[in-house]
Design a protein around this ligand. Structure first.
Ligand code: BES
Ligand code: MN
Ligand code: MN
Length: 461
């Protein structure tokens, strides 16, 4: 029988090793986006597999894909018991800009109770909590159900190969619920469970003006500058209410009821703290919606990168031939990534003036998801956090995306529990990413409690 006191004493006796093992993983630069790190990504998969075996998995294997490998492991104790399928990712975002890190991104250091390294919170630290929770349950003979692990190496580049693998391995992946720690809580004294993720449509725009770079004095005044035009086009994509002007963009957007909005507004959010922490003088959201709603129930359109012309030292006078932007649109239920990408392309082609040509290249996308709060998986997660934090967690929709979650539901028919432990201030994807030691250990404490409550819910169902 799993008991909180036993988990706490096991953690107390092993926490230095738990941290050291995580640091070993963090030293491997498993950057999925950059082919230069391919061998490191592979090596990271092998270490994850070995750790799963050492921590109690009965079998673990590496599945190669057209991209980076997937680590699969399981421990089946009794086919008549429920099965928890754990998902996580061992790949990380590039560390750039490296010069803005206070310590090297792949040399983890623990400072002020936080582990600093790329991937500390997203997602190595969070995925590894599940491996150590498995260790606790196997070493103490308390694993109450079957468990499967699927840890991938391509989440940060769109999970395309995992999608294919899942479709081809439905039987192997049969389970009762999917358990994921790759999201955040509101604060260390305010636990929350993520019940929504936004979808994503991501496009690259290329605007071409004249057939070659020109002298900005000789030609400027007669030839449109594609960098100026790109800025005008982007600026026109939002109106004075900060609503996106693409025709049909809001057609499928779920109208959240006034009651639900009032319920969501109860989650603590201090706008002054938020502004102070980000050093901004004001927030900016779609007219009629709060900042919290802007990051959860409303879609967005943002430039993620923009470049053109001369960006070296000093001044070079040039009227560039081309200008580029990478644009993300975060989507909410019931928008479709493919449809939004198509609407974007059609709209941009329609508004492009004669003096430029525009090309739109779609990148990977993903569908939004909402998770109900009234099924055994959610209730077990809520009870587990209540036990470990001493407070009932708040259900909260997050602004981030994990595209594979919608696919799990579609292909496997399984709901996911987004039981994350990081903080929004952990600087994931940014320089100085970190993860609290408190959060890491709290995760290891909470996960076995989830198993306990999940199996109890099944037995009484
Ligand atoms: N773990 C994040 C998503 C996340 C972060 C969800 C914080 C909720 C709170 C994930 O690794 C991620 O970064 N996803 C990408 C999408 C992907 C297609 C590159 C994202 O949201 O930008
Ligand atoms: Mn992640
Ligand atoms: Mn990420």
């Amino acid at each position: 029988m799993i008991q909180r006191d036993d988990i706490l004493s096991y953690i107390e006796a092993n926490k230095d090793r738990f941290l050291e093992e995580l640091n070993d993983l963090l030293r491997i630069p498993s950057v999925s986006a950059d082919p230069a790190y391919k061998a490191d990504v592979q090596r990271c998969a092998e270490v994850v597999k070995d750790r799963l075996l050492e921590s109690g998995a009965a079998m673990a294997e590496i599945h190669s894909t057209a991209g980076h490998p997937i680590v699969y492991a399981e421990k089946i104790i009794d086919p008549s018991l429920p099965t928890v399928l754990v998902y996580g990712h061992y790949d990380v975002q590039p560390a750039d800009p490296v010069e803005l890190w206070d310590s090297p991104p792949f040399e983890p250091v623990i400072k002020d109770g936080k582990i600093y390294a790329r991937g500390a919170a997203d997602d190595k630290g969070q995925a590894y909590m599940h491996v150590k929770a498995l260790e606790f349950m196997t070493k103490t003979n308390t694993l109450p159900c079957n468990v499967k692990f699927m840890i991938e190496g391509e989440e940060e580049v769109g999970s395309e190969n995992l999608g294919i693998w899942v479709k081809n391995n439905k039987e192997k992946l049969s389970a009762d619920v999917i358990l994921i720690s790759d999201t955040s809580i509101i604060a260390n004294d305010t636990p929350s469970i993520t019940v929504g993720l936004r979808g994503l449509s991501y496009v690259e725009v290329e605007v071409t003006g004249p057939n070659r770079d020109l002298h900005s004095g000789v030609y400027g005044g007669a030839v449109a500058n594609p960098a100026n035009t790109l800025c005008e086009l982007i600026a026109s994509l939002k109106d004075e209410d900060d609503r996106i002007t693409i025709e049909g963009f809001y057609d499928d957007v779920e109208e959240v009821s006034a009651e639900d909005r009032a319920e969501m507004a109860k989650a603590p959010f201090d706008e002054e703290d938020f502004k102070r922490e980000l050093k901004i003088g004001a927030t900016r959201s779609e007219n009629g919606f709060s900042p919290m709603e802007g990051t959860s129930i409303r879609p967005t359109l943002d430039v993620n990168g923009i470049w053109s012309g001369y960006i070296g030292e000093g001044a070079k006078t040039v009227l560039p031939s081309k200008a580029y932007a990478k644009i993300s649109m975060r989507l909410v239920p019931f928008q479709s990534s493919a449809k939004i990408t198509e609407l974007f392309e059609r709209h941009l082609k329609k508004i492009a003036p004669d003096y430029v040509q525009v090309k739109v290249t779609p990148h990977h996308g993903g569908e939004p998801i909402v998770i109900p709060t009234d099924f055994p998986g959610y209730l077990a997660a809520s009870k587990a956090m209540e036990e470990s934090f001493g407070k009932t967690p708040i259900p909260e929709r997050s602004g981030g995306s994990i595209p594979i979650v919608a696919l799990f539901e579609e292909v496997l028919g399984l709901k996911s529990i987004l039981l994350g432990f990081s903080l929004n201030s952990d600087d994931i994807h940014s320089p100085n990413e970190h993860y609290g030691v408190f959060n890491y250990l709290k995760g290891i404490e909470t996960i076995p409690l989830f198993y306990k409550h999940f199996v109890e819910a099944h037995q009484s169902a």
